[in-house]
Design a protein around this ligand. Structure first.
Ligand SMILES: Cc1cc2nc3c(=O)[nH]c(=O)nc-3n(C[C@H](O)[C@H](O)[C@H](O)COP(=O)(O)O)c2cc1C
Length: 412
């Protein structure tokens, strides 16, 4: 058993010696079955809510402000209707998608997420392995819990490195050079965190970096032993792209205002690979980003984690597609929870979508196998949706797949 991360280990040892686990905890009385199926991402979320300490679940699940923006991401997608068509030949359906000069097996990838291993130890690695197994893109966060080099290797070269300008612009440039040296061909510059969004659940729970444990956290961990013991034996996640003291005490609070237009120009001149700008909701910005030479844009409101009053990402997508033209590569994320959602995003202008929280819920819910379960779930849902729409190839999804309510019939 590996005991790492001093205060946490001390906490767990105390915990075990005082025998304060509740024997009634479902994680103890009913061990998880590794092959437990996840019928939908909502099941994964419900299970994750039970397995994870509140502090961790809220960090993953929560959003900015009153979480209206977060809710709108989901409800606006739910409101979009698709038009079923009959009698088409949908015996075989292809989900293969070309994006940024590469062929992918499915029209979705994993969004870059920091501190993923808080959901379940090894989450970053599991997602990288998934990316390799099923040929889908993997976003690797600046704040990943496994080094960018290892994740690129584990993904079989399918990972995209996501860059935050957290310190100086020189630091960010150095990080991009490191990504190039590691062999990354695609860089995602995230531009929607000039300040870290205010996430009230994190404030209430005392979720902060560097972390300081209180008695409340102690109880929270004690009542979720399934997660706590696994995390204890694996070691608390660190910021693997930073060395020394920074790896344990990375401070995510300072403004990230270095990601401005001047920096984008500098980065474009410096980075020879594909450059994606993530976190765009304005058509005007999208045109300028395209003109600055970015290869793609990710329409995203950071999963509702930054500005509560922002439009849902799906509401912003059509205008951005119209502004950049039909051929410009667009990624989309924020609120994708089903295969239907993916088809809707594609019909409204996205070439490929990224999925964030659902993968973390799945890992938290059933452990490592969760990545595969969530993947199967999404893949099956897209296949079913396309069959209903009479579309045999994902590349044929267009606005014609959207249901438009007929105008009121006139009664005579
Ligand atoms: C726990 C968590 C950590 C995240 N960390 C990052 C990050 O480090 N960099 C980034 O660009 N986006 C980050 N995001 C945002 C995601 O890339 C993505 O935009 C968002 O999760 C999509 O919304 P969804 O969760 O509704 O799918 C994070 C999201 C979550 C939930």
């Amino acid at each position: 058993m590996v005991l790492r991360n001093g205060p946490f280990a001390a906490f767990m040892i105390t915990l075990m010696s005082t025998s304060s686990f509740s024997p009634a905890d479902p994680a103890i009385s009913k061990p998880l079955k590794p092959n437990k199926s996840l019928p939908t991402s909502r099941d994964a979320r419900a299970l994750a809510a039970r397995r994870l300490p509140r502090l961790i679940y809220d960090f993953i699940d929560g959003g900015a402000g009153d979480e209206i923006g977060l809710a709108n991401n989901l409800t606006d997608l739910q409101r979009v209707r698709l038009q079923p068509r009959s009698l088409a030949d949908v015996n075989t359906i292809s989900l293969k998608t070309s994006f940024l000069g590469r062929d992918w097996d499915v029209p979705f990838g994993v969004a870059p997420m920091g501190m993923c291993d808080l959901a379940w130890p090894g989450t970053d690695r599991s997602l990288a392995a998934l990316s390799q197994r099923h040929n889908l893109p993997l976003g690797v966060s600046t704040a990943s819990s496994t080094s960018m080099e290892d994740l690129l290797r584990l993904s079989g070269g399918r990972a995209w490195f996501q860059l935050y300008v957290t310190g100086s612009t020189q630091d960010a440039m150095a990080l991009s050079s490191r990504a190039a040296k590691a062999g990354y061909d695609t860089l995602i510059l995230t531009v929607d965190v000039p300040r870290l969004g205010k996430r009230p659940r994190d404030v209430r729970n005392g979720f902060a970096t560097p972390f300081r444990m209180t008695a409340r956290h102690f109880m929270d961990f004690a009542t979720h032993p399934h997660w706590s013991l696994k995390t204890l034996t694996s070691g608390l996640p660190t910021m693997a792209n930073f060395s020394g003291a920074n790896a344990m005490c990375y401070d995510r609070n300072p403004p990230r205002t270095g990601a401005n237009w001047a920096f984008l120009q500098q980065l474009r001149a410096h980075w020879r690979g594909k450059l994606v700008v993530k976190g765009v909701l304005s058509a005007e910005d999208a045109i300028r980003i395209k003109n600055e030479g970015a290869d793609a844009i990710c329409v995203s409101n950071h999963g509702g984690r930054q500005l509560d009053s922002a439009p849902s990402a799906i509401a912003a997508l059509p205008a951005i597609r119209q502004a950049v033209g039909p051929a410009y590569p667009l990624l989309f994320d924020s609120g994708i929870r089903t295969g239907d959602d993916m088809v809707k995003a594609r019909a409204l202008g996205a070439d490929l979508v990224l999925v964030g929280r659902p993968f973390l819920y799945a890992l938290a819910a059933v452990g490592e196998v969760g990545a595969e379960r969530m993947f199967d779930c999404f893949k099956g849902e897209i296949d079913t949706a396309l069959a209903q729409l009479g579309v045999a190839d994902i590349s044929a999804v267009s606005t014609s797949c959207l249901y438009r309510a007929p105008t009121e019939p006139t009664l005579r």
